[in-house]
Design a protein around this ligand. Sequence first.
Ligand SMILES: Nc1ncnc2c1ncn2[C@@H]1O[C@H](COP(=O)(O)OP(=O)(O)O)[C@@H](O)[C@H]1O
Ligand SMILES: [Mg+2]
Length: 217
Amino acid sequence: MIIGILNQKGGVGKTTLSINLAAAFAIAGQRVLVVDADPQGSSLTWSSARAAETAPLFPVIGMAKPTLHRDLPEIAKDYDITIIDGAPRVSELGRAAILASDLILIPVQPSPFDVWATEDIVGLIKEARQFKEGLKAVFAVNRKIVNTAIGRDVLDAFTDESFPVLKSQVCQRVVYAESAAQGLTVIEVAPAGEAAREVKALAKELLRYDNQERKAA
Ligand SMILES: Nc1ncnc2c1ncn2[C@@H]1O[C@H](COP(=O)(O)OP(=O)(O)O)[C@@H](O)[C@H]1O
Ligand SMILES: [Mg+2]
């Protein structure tokens, strides 16, 4: 399965969620590949920051090219789960990443501005659904501020049932940046922490959603 973590807005957590979800899947025993489709190469930089003596959890390859949808399936077939860390901006690269994905996760911060800004990616996915019937897409809230009420509800009014909002929310926590700086993930740095718990819950819900949709199809 190919999961695209996509949103043309920068700074919403595409790279953070790509790496941490990949770790959750890998630790659960899946063969995982991360494809960095952002010319900025943040996932690649993350993996090069990882100390040589730290056991690798998953490989990261760079593939920021508009032929991604054509080239990736051949590589992805050797893995259970391939995660595409998407590029910012609406571009050919963005479209290729949408077409390459079976399931798209759109990270969004719980603020009206960020929710409104998802209009572009939603439009592109709807367009892609004309060629790729059954292309699934879900929203996930990232950077929710702990102990505040604003979260999923800001998205609910905006979305339709073909873009459900996952129940699992990822909060704003320093451990996401701290772990990334060392080429690590929150599950490795603090396996019993809140961040690890929320990433694992998101990973689980994502797979459950995919399963349920496959059965319904
Ligand atoms: N849940 C979070 N808690 C704290 N910091 C976060 C969280 N998600 C992302 N960040 C930080 O926000 C910045 C942008 O995240 P990033 O994953 O690089 O976004 P994108 O790939 O969409 O541009 C980074 O500095 C990252 O460490
Ligand atoms: Mg990024």
